[in-house]
Design a protein around this ligand. Structure first.
Ligand code: G4P
Length: 529
């Protein structure tokens, strides 16, 4: 087996998707503990606390330096190398959050047992769907009173359209939580509270069949009977696990646990390395690229700017899709045709940024950039390939830019173009009147853009609210488009690359237009070109 193939098979690259507060940070921390990447619980948490202490810009800027290390975390787990990509939530929620999901091979969906499926998870899952990423599910906070597990699974099936296959089944919840029965491995895993933290501590595991009388002794007659009944119901009514169905994103293995108490985390990690896909083929404009090809190919899915205010440096996050990436090698930036030497690429070993010598398919490398790299850029060893499926996502929040000084229009355009390329926000120009509308998916993006316009482009801009809540890329026959432009002059705009966009007051408006005019296409994503 080639070195590349061997390394590829060791890799699992995934992200956690969840609604804020479901326990993503806690889970990340426990995973890193298992990987030996951090010694003590609390490292990720304290960073998170800093992040939310204030939205003051200085703080944010400092945090950017910190959060880059939490953007990608690589750690070993047994024979495997795990790459965990952060999908920022809370105020940091942005298009990057979506695009990160284009750079992973699978995802873990975390759900708060008391809250069930929540809006942000739904959105993120939709993006996973677009990429046909397989999903595992962790129902968290079982140490608290939660909702009925069957009801939660039903909700996941109904709202997310995923068929749930429980790998573990909980025994009680809240104060009565005794642990889980592992249906996959046919054993009882007993829960002991670790009082709010704890390290990587093995659960007490007892191999026992469900109909074994020992089960009654271990967890009590009542709980044992309840467990048998529930499992019977689940097994009868549900699907058996089918690897192919999971890999295609139809079925999701479900785990119950408590990240805070480090319960069920190990089981998830074991299953991840056992079942989750290794880095696979990549679709490009020209052909499918196999990960074990000799030549390097990869793409940039995120750019993080202002990591060091003194140097204006930016880090481009590059996912290696094929070949063996080595420090100092020359790669071609396909969009411009330029050859760029990979001088000081960095890797992300949990806490520290260190220089990377080699990287393999599935790995993420940080490339230093002075402004010439764009999100969506493909790099190869010469072949003219363009990775597809790293789209712009339609923003959901909109503001009109108002300039304090009208003479700064040119600088404003330049600034917004750069920030748009970087993926900080999207910019649209209204056909009528030429006003600039900035679109985002998280409110903090507006703060970031205004600050950076002031700081880097000397432009004082303020925001005005507008009544758009929805954007769709528009295409269709010329005649219908011009009819639409006459009827809705206020809604027609162009994006930074000149594509036609319809800014709507809500999805209902799009639906109603769609019903009345044939041959129009409203797209919620637009391929980057
Ligand atoms: P997030 O990154 O998804 O936003 O969630 P995070 O891990 O920060 O967890 C949100 C809150 O839920 C935290 O409490 C965390 O301690 C708690 N939590 C996470 N997992 C579990 C669990 O398994 N059981 C219980 N009972 N709680 C859990 P907090 O009070 O907001 O923060 P902190 O004071 O604990 O830091």
């Amino acid at each position: 087996m080639s070195v590349i193939e061997n390394e590829r098979q060791r890799r699992r690259t995934f992200a956690i998707i969840s609604h804020p507060d479901a326990g993503k940070t806690t889970m990340t921390e426990k995973l890193l503990l298992f990987g030996g990447a951090i010694q003590l619980a609390g490292t990720v948490r304290s960073r998170k606390a800093d992040r939310h202490a204030t939205s003051d810009w200085m703080k944010m800027e400092q945090e950017r330096g910190i959060s880059v290390t939490t953007s990608v975390m690589q750690f070993p787990f047994g024979e495997h190398i795990i790459n965990l990509l952060d999908t920022p939530g809370h105020q940091d929620f942005s298009e990057d959050t979506y695009r990160t999901l284009t750079a992973v091979d699978s995802a873990l969906m975390m759900i708060d047992a008391a809250r069930g499926v929540q809006p942000q998870t739904i959105k993120l899952l939709e993006v996973c769907r677009m990429h046909r990423s397989p999903i595992m599910t962790f129902i968290n906070k079982m140490d608290r009173e939660g909702r009925d597990p069957l009801e939660l699974m039903e909700e996941i099936e109904n709202i997310m359209g995923l068929r749930c296959v429980p790998f573990t089944w909980p025994i009680g919840s809240g104060r009565e939580f005794q642990g889980v029965y592992n249906l996959h491995r046919k054993r009882l895993e007993l829960y002991r509270s670790s009082e709010g933290g704890g390290g990587a501590r093995p659960e007490e595991m007892i191999e026992v069949d469900l109909d074994d009388a020992r089960l009654d002794e271990l967890i009590g007659e009542y709980a044992a009977e309840e467990l048998r009944e529930a499992v019977e119901l689940v097994v009868e009514a549900g699907d058996a696990f089918d690897l192919e169905s999971y890999l295609k994103g139809y079925q999701t293995p479900v785990f119950f646990g408590s990240a805070l108490n480090n319960f069920g985390v190990r089981e998830f990690l074991d299953t991840l390395v056992e079942l989750a896909p290794t880095p696979g083929v990549t679709e490009t404009s020209e052909r499918l690229v196999e990960p074990n090809e000799d030549k390097v190919m990869g793409f940039v899915f995120k750019i993080q700017a202002n990591m060091n205010a003194m140097h204006r440096d930016r880090i481009a996050f590059f996912r290696v899709c094929a070949g063996e990436f080595t420090r100092g090698m020359k790669l071609r930036q396909v969009r411009t045709g330029k050859e760029i030497r990979m001088h000081n690429p960095i890797t992300f070993m949990a806490k520290d940024r260190s220089l990377v010598e080699t990287a393999y398919p599935g790995d993420i490398v940080g490339l230093h950039d002075k402004g010439s790299i764009q999100v969506g850029d493909t790099f190869t060893e010469g072949e003219m390939l363009k990775v597809t499926g790293i789209p712009h996502f339609a923003p959901e929040l909109f503001r009109k830019v108002r300039l304090e000084n009208p003479l700064a229009t040119k600088a404003l355009h330049k600034g917004l173009t750069h920030l748009g390329e970087e993926g900080a926000a999207q910019v649209f120009r209204l056909n009528l009147g030429g006003d600039l509308i900035v679109g985002a998916v998280g409110t903090l993006q507006f703060e970031v853009v205004a600050h950076r316009l002031r700081d880097e482009y000397r432009v004082e801009a303020t925001w005005e609210t507008v009544d758009f809540t929805c954007a769709r890329w528009l295409s269709g026959e010329d005649e219908t488009l011009s009819k639409l432009a006459k009827l809705y002059p206020r809604n027609m705009a162009k994006d930074a690359r000149g594509h036609l966009v319809f800014l709507a007051r809500g999805e209902f408006q799009i639906r109603s237009i769609n019903e009345r005019y044939e041959g129009l296409r409203f797209d919620a994503t637009m391929e980057m070109v």
